[in-house]
Design a protein around this ligand. Structure first.
Ligand code: NI
Length: 441
């Protein structure tokens, strides 16, 4: 072959590769959330090498990335050594990188090689900044819950690709062994598994599982998955509470609810006001984002028991269960234990006080009876008629009428000179004149 034709051919191939790669990346919309983009292009008579990877400035992670690339590159070079075809061979690495929160960084490498045919390998790396180490699945997922992961995978693909799942390859590659699930990245709210080509199917496959689906088996909870991420962007709410000016606590019981709690939170946020939400343990875990938002925006969460039973009718063990179970549910999603308890109906006796332990029992000074009237005007009127310095106002984030009342009351009470604070703030500033915050025993 004439040398000029060879160079031309090579350039043509190069342009083609360049173009096809761009389209490919455009179509997969690469996430590059972490690291400085590095690009190295080199070519030989018979092949092109194109390496794209992140430089993360984390030694262990950068070394791991380079190790993996070099392993594949060495294998490619060995295979291409005797390659004499006219078609230029290619070794191509591209990547995506993800930040889950301030703790976990993941890198996915897509390694394409074309010698006689094209093959693709996916490699993943997950780095734990807290322990300065690379992790594998069992660092964040229960070893004995592989069956659940396998079942989830099988049912997902059987639902979406029913015709392709009846192969022995599929059976083997979806079985509950670590080897099948060791390629994954941690995104903000989902773990994403990758299955290589010729495992589940001829082509490679991706399975995204929201963390919520695997809650009980994942060990990510304690790291405040969403909480920390938000915490980085949002500053701690700044509160300028003047101890010499009147202050009151709005309290909302029996929630959270998807429909009304966010409306009340919006109104509080708009006016830089705080409130206290006495949530039910049974509802807390299903609305983690609402609870996290409450805390991040400077509100307080109180324990309103797990199932809203009248505690004075229960045995000591049952009371403890109601309280503890709720403490744990709230801690799971906010990383904080409530310091205050409001027993349903305000019912309490000595046993309830004992079970409260170091937490305070909180009742109220103004009962809006919002559940009875479900009338915005009546609720507003009761509050404005009775409010005074130190008031603890009882409402429920269960009704449209109450959310409406909150929207009216929050600016109106501020207008009248009241600072809207949490119950614990009220207590801290000594505003317990009505004796409605009671020490546990
Ligand atoms: Ni209640």
């Amino acid at each position: 072959m004439n040398k000029r034709i060879l160079v031309c051919g090579f350039l043509m191939m190069f342009i083609l590769f360049g173009c096809s790669k761009q389209t490919l990346e455009g179509s997969v919309n690469p996430h590059r959330e972490y690291g400085e983009h590095q690009s190295e292009l080199s070519y030989d008579k018979h092949y092109v090498t194109s390496l794209n990877y992140p430089h993360t400035n984390i030694e262990i992670l950068d070394d791991a990335i380079k190790d993996i690339i070099h392993q594949h590159q060495d294998r490619f070079l060995a295979d291409v050594a005797n390659y004499q075809e006219e078609e230029i061979a290619e070794f191509n690495v591209s990547y995506q990188s993800y930040i889950k929160d301030e703790r976990y960084i993941s890198v996915k490498l897509d390694i394409y090689r074309t010698i006689y045919q094209t093959s693709e390998t996916i490699e993943t790396l997950v780095y734990d900044t807290k322990n300065n180490t690379m992790i594998d699945l069992f660092d964040i997922y229960d070893e004995d819950a592989m069956q659940e992961l396998s079942s989830y995978t099988i049912s997902y693909f059987q639902t979406n690709f029913p015709e392709e799942c009846n192969t022995s390859n599929f059976k083997i590659a979806s079985s509950p062994s670590l080897a099948n699930f060791n390629h994954f990245v941690l995104r903000k709210d989902a773990i994403v598994f990758y299955f290589q080509e010729n495992t589940l199917f001829d082509r490679s496959a991706t399975l995204e599982i929201p963390y919520d689906e695997l809650n009980e088996h994942m060990h990510l909870k304690s790291e405040k998955p969403v909480f920390v991420a938000y915490d980085q962007v949002l500053n701690e709410p700044v509160k300028n509470i003047d101890p010499n000016k009147p202050m009151i606590a709005l309290t909302f019981d029996d929630g959270p609810t998807k429909k009304y709690t966010p409306v009340i939170l919006d109104a509080l946020k708009e006016h830089h006001a705080s409130a206290t939400f006495f949530v039910l343990g049974s509802k807390a875990e299903s609305e983690p984002k609402i609870l996290q938002r409450m805390i991040l925006e400077g509100n307080e969460i109180g324990n309103h028991t797990y199932s809203h039973k009248q505690l004075t009718t229960l045995s000591k063990e049952r009371i403890e269960e109601e309280i503890t179970h709720t403490q744990e549910s709230i801690y799971k999603v906010t990383n904080q234990y409530p310091q205050i308890i409001r027993p349903p109906y305000g019912s309490r006796n000595d046993t309830v006080l004992q079970c409260a332990d170091d937490k305070k029992i909180v009742t109220w000074t103004i009962d809006t009876e919002d559940w009875r009237s479900k009338n915005t005007e009546k609720v507003v009127q009761i509050v404005l008629d009775q409010v005074e310095d130190g008031s603890i106002i009882l409402m429920h984030d269960l009704y449209a009428s109450t959310a409406e009342a909150a929207i009216i009351l929050i600016p109106e009470l501020q207008e009248r000179g009241y600072q809207l604070v949490t119950v614990s703030e009220l207590y801290a500033y000594g505003k317990n004149n009505a004796g409605k915050i009671i020490e546990g025993k």
